[in-house]
Design a protein. Structure first.
Length: 122
């Protein structure tokens, strides 16, 4: 096995790892979308459409930016650095969920009171 054969083998395994990484990226993006739309529908039960418009609109902005930017990123940087940039985007999205975790009980109490008082929570 010569040096050229090793390059072909490493190139094929890098391609496979890139495809697996992209599949995990797409799966996590879908999971985040499902989780956030479900939460948005629960927070404002009287009018979930308005909350879902914000969530899905934000998703569309991020997905358009990722779709338009992935090819220039891979040409400018390596595959690893491009996926690290996408990882940074997801870490930012996940960090936005920390206040939601702590404020969730307050939101549930407010929407619960609105239902018992007969007033609208929107």
């Amino acid at each position: 096995m010569g040096d050229g054969d090793w390059y072909v083998a490493s190139s094929n395994s890098m391609h496979t790892l890139t495809c697996i990484g992209w599949a995990i990226y797409q799966f996590s993006f879908t999971a985040i979308l499902i989780t956030t739309t479900t939460f948005a529908g629960e927070v404002i039960p009287d009018n979930p459409g308005a909350a879902m418009v914000v969530v899905i609109g934000g998703k569309n902005i991020v997905s358009f930016a990722a779709a338009q930017g992935i090819v220039p990123m891979t040409h400018e940087f390596s595959y690893l650095k491009s996926f690290m940039i996408l990882l940074g985007i997801y870490i930012g999205i996940c960090l936005l969920g920390i206040p939601v975790y702590f404020l969730n009980s307050k939101w549930r109490k407010i929407t619960g009171k609105a239902k018992t008082d007969g007033t609208s929570s929107a």
